[in-house]
Ligand binder design. Structure first.
Ligand code: C2E
Ligand code: CA
Ligand code: CA
Length: 601
């Protein structure tokens, strides 16, 4: 029983609600109950009028015999127009067969309809039509084809409820920020569409578009501005794709776009890269974005994939595109899914590597360009797999970061490299240290025990902190400038120096550089490799060296591979250099033998 039903105590001790027996108790009806039923009828009339539900008795013609107060008010019934048009429509209109059949068979029909009030407004109704037992009402007007003389109608105005339901459904299916579909809704729409398209032999594509390093936008400009950037980006996407495409925000900074009937997806992906490139001007800031796009296609003649499988493929392709670098896109290939499985086994293998002490360190010499001598080295992590192969970080570093295994691995590096550094101090110049650089990942920066770990490693090795330089990539620094500023200060207080790694590739607005306590800029290899080309990167490297001078920082050039590059860098006043031109990363034993030879470049 619904809570707004009116419950009536009947004289015989039983109870009745407005859902039951109503018609039996109408004026003029001969209900069961005592013959002297007048007082009860009055009480019931009051009870019916107190109900929020509209309760009516109508003839099959639609003529209203009785309407409680709610019905009169909400339907705008008046003596001038004694018909309940909605019911009349149901009983005589196109749906009459269905309605009459239900009434004849089961005695009731339930459904929704709308009714126009005499003033022209409409009301959305949820109706129950209950067939009254013929004979109950004496002056019944029999429907031509039925014994049913009158009907009790219980009606509710569900306009507001439906509007709310629509709003809730919209909320459940859409992303509140951009108004696009959400992941769940995209998947359900896709499952419907994929079936339909494949039955017609129409190919389609799902693009997964992931904004590169979006965290740096929110971290530097704040979440509100970040949100506005996302909305602006969503609108750009909407304008980029044809109107039959389904767009959804499937994650924080990830968008899914389903394009039915597309044959040139790569052109679409390129179009996305192009539209993303133009700067966004939001809240007074100029924001530059790039995206990686993973694409999965369905082909006519192949079995229809599920929406989930298609999204998984697009996701795997996007993941692989990320490896290629910012602004790239990639089409799904079956081997990418095996890559995902590989990732899982990498995680398990890495855990074992830590347990079984399979990590190694290699050192790449750093050369002072003023003297041409080796003055230090960068420590680089390696993994000596049980098969004997020495694996570079490219195959496992991302997984280590994603799973936070990098934290114990980084701790391992700090400990072991500090010990090695102690040994290498025998090669230090008279007035200083043989300086060893250690790379820190963005995860380690967020680890509250980092400063303590560095201190422990130094104490454990009995090493002076100024022999250690910590390298942090520019993009990691920019992820949270404020937090990193205080972290770097704590590290500097220990006595280590700080280098900004891969400088020039991050999201850095240079003004941050002044706020951060850093000592060294490491110019990214991509600039060094372009330095000899006509109108190449020489101007940029020159500008970096000048900036570093102005800020009192030294400059390390990474990835020097040719004598020509070395000459240029010397000419520009670069402080230090490293690269294959001098030496590749090597074991500490090899480094020691090399140092004993005292090479000069
Ligand atoms: P990175 O810090 O930029 O290190 C320089 C990378 O460039 C090294 O790759 C090095 O072997 C390579 N390299 C050096 N000179 C040349 C050259 O002349 N030409 C070319 N083509 N490459 C050169 P590696 O050792 O494979 O390390 C890759 C990245 O892995 C590193 O880039 C660093 O980001 C990360 N990494 C390495 N060890 C660690 C570590 O202990 N902790 C963390 N968090 N990251 C590490
Ligand atoms: Ca480095
Ligand atoms: Ca680097």
């Amino acid at each position: 029983m619904k809570s707004d039903d009116v419950v009536i105590d009947l004289p015989d001790g039983s109870r009745s609600s407005t859902h039951d027996n109503v018609v039996l108790l109408l004026p003029g009806s001969r209900g069961p109950g005592p013959t002297d039923d007048q007082p009860m009828v009055v009480r019931l009339q009051e009870a019916l009028d107190a109900s929020n539900e509209m309760i009516l008795v109508v003839e099959p013609s639609g003529r209203v015999l009785f309407a409680n107060r709610a019905a009169q008010a909400q339907l705008g019934l008046s003596d001038d127009d004694p018909n309940f048009r909605a019911v009349e429509g149901l009983l005589t209109g196109p749906s009459r067969l269905e309605v009459w059949n239900a009434l004849e068979d089961t005695g009731e029909w339930r459904g929704d309809t709308s009714s126009t009030r005499p003033d022209g407004s409409t009301v959305q109704l949820e109706l129950a039509l209950l067939a009254d037992n013929p004979g109950v009402v004496p002056n019944r007007t029999r429907a031509d084809n039925s014994d049913i003389a009158t009907l009790t109608v219980i009606a509710n105005d569900v306009g507001e409820r439906r509007a709310l339901e629509d709003a809730l459904e919209h909320r459940a299916n859409h992303d509140a920020l951009t108004g696009l579909s959400n992941r769940q809704y995209l998947l359900s729409q896709l499952n419907d569409e994929l079936e339909e398209l494949s039955s017609r032999g129409v190919p389609s594509a799902l693009l997964l578009i992931d904004i590169d390093e979006f965290r740096t936008v929110t971290n530097s400009l704040g979440h509100e501005t970040g949100d506005r950037v996302l909305v602006a980006f969503a609108y750009r996407l909407l304008r980029t794709f044809p109107s039959n495409a389904l767009l959804a925000r499937v994650g924080g900074d990830e968008f899914g776009v389903f394009c039915p009937g597309t044959d040139d997806v790569e052109a679409l992906a390129e179009q996305v890269q192009r539209t993303t490139k133009a700067p966004f001007f939001i809240d007074g800031s100029e924001v530059h974005l790039s995206v990686v796009t993973g694409i999965a296609v369905t082909n006519a003649g192949e079995p229809t994939p599920s929406a989930e499988a298609l999204l998984r493929k697009a996701d795997a392709a996007a993941f692989s595109a990320k490896d290629r670098g910012r602004g790239s896109f990639e089409l799904f290939e079956p081997h990418l899914e095996t890559d995902a499985v590989d990732r899982l086994s990498v995680v398990q293998e890495l855990r074992r590597a830590l347990r079984n002490d399979e990590l190694r360190v290699q050192y790449q010499p750093k050369i002072a360009l003023s003297t041409g001598e080796i003055i230090g080295a960068e420590a680089l992590m390696r993994w000596q797999a049980p098969d004997g192969e020495l694996r570079p970080p490219a195959g496992f570093m991302q997984v280590a970061e994603d799973t936070e295994l990098i934290i114990p691995m980084g701790r391992w590096m700090l400990k072991n490299v500090c010990r090695d550094a102690k040994t290498l101090q025998q090669f230090a110049p008279e007035d200083g240290h043989f300086e060893i650089s250690i790379n820190l990942s963005v995860r380690q920066l967020g680890d509250p025990s980092l400063v303590g770990d560095v201190e422990d490693a130094l104490v454990d090795a009995g090493l002076d902190a100024s022999a250690i330089e910590l390298e942090i990539t520019e993009s990691a620094l920019m992820e949270d400038v404020d937090a990193n500023a205080s972290l770097l200060s704590s590290l500097q207080r220990l006595g280590t120096s700080i280098a900004v790694d891969d400088f020039g590739t991050g999201y850095s607005s240079l003004q941050y550089l002044q706020q951060l306590p850093v000592d060294v800029l490491k110019v990214d290899r991509s600039f060094v490799s372009g330095i000899e080309e006509a109108d190449g990167d020489e101007a940029i490297v020159t500008a970096i060296v000048q900036l570093a001078d102005a800020l009192g920082l030294s400059v390390v050039a990474e990835g020097v591979e040719t004598p020509g590059q070395l000459d240029k860098l010397r000419g520009l006043g670069c402080t230090l250099a490293q690269g294959f031109h001098f030496a590749k990363p090597m074991t500490i034993e090899d480094l020691e033998s090399l140092l004993l030879q005292k090479p000069r470049w």
